[in-house]
Write a protein that binds this ligand. Sequence first.
Ligand code: SAM
Length: 281
Amino acid sequence: MEAWDDGFLRREFSFSRQDFAFLAALAERRLGLMLSLSKAEMVYSRLARRLRQRRLPDFAAYCRLLQDEGGDEMPHFIHAITTHLTAFFREEHHFTALQAKIFPALEERQGSRRRLRLWCAACSSGEEAYSLAMAVQEYGRFADWDVQILATDVDVEVLAQACAGVYAPERVIGLHPERQRRFFSRRHDGLYQVHRDLASMISFRPGNLLEPGGAGETWDVIFCRNVMIYFSPAQRQRLISQFARVQLPQSYLALGHAETIGTELAQLYGEYGQTLYRRCG
Ligand SMILES: C[S@@+](CC[C@H](N)C(=O)[O-])C[C@H]1O[C@@H](n2cnc3c(N)ncnc32)[C@H](O)[C@@H]1O
């Protein structure tokens, strides 16, 4: 990290501590993201492109642009400041657990209702939601059930990629050939398109986990992975408590590899596997 001796990072664009404080406060207020000063370098490099695109002289001008929070720049700020790393069947143990333990348990619990609701919260560019849909189809015994997957993310740009369901070969070729064949078509331009019947299982919608709501549903399975890690401990607890309100007992919650329920909320969720939890009650 370069010196901030006089309170400025001086590079292509000057970036003051005050600018950083403004942007960090905005990211926390709008998204729940905690950005310590050690992230200043990252914030600079992620946003410098926006300054170039908007032909702005410095970060102070960029902050002024964002001051009107309803402004056009906000979606671009959200896209630039959030991390979107994801992959098909990332942290595969959760999908194995779905097919081996969770789906059979839900099949038995739901009985004649034959209804399944899965929520993929913070779905990024869609790979996680499509992996859930593939897991459901591969399981095979929900073919005549009412199955719906809601996939939400605060970043409308990644959500548009998710809706399109079109992926570069390197995103897909790691998948088992049977999965590639069954769920994707290779287009003339070499990209892979998710099959329509898989896509039709999923509703992609904008959604901010600071106001999760849960769309008035109760969710049999929630995947909320690799996003809480960026939140404050208080915000994480609030989010898990909100999940607990939209999940009936014996429903399931999957978190990312570095995330946990924590002892404070152990009365809400019991451990059910690696970063996998079951609603108590
Ligand atoms: C690292 S990706 C995780 C994607 C996927 N869940 C996975 O584990 O592969 C984090 C995602 O969280 C989203 N995100 C960040 N803050 C959010 C918020 N407050 N509400 C909803 N989504 C948020 C980002 O836009 C990004 O797509």
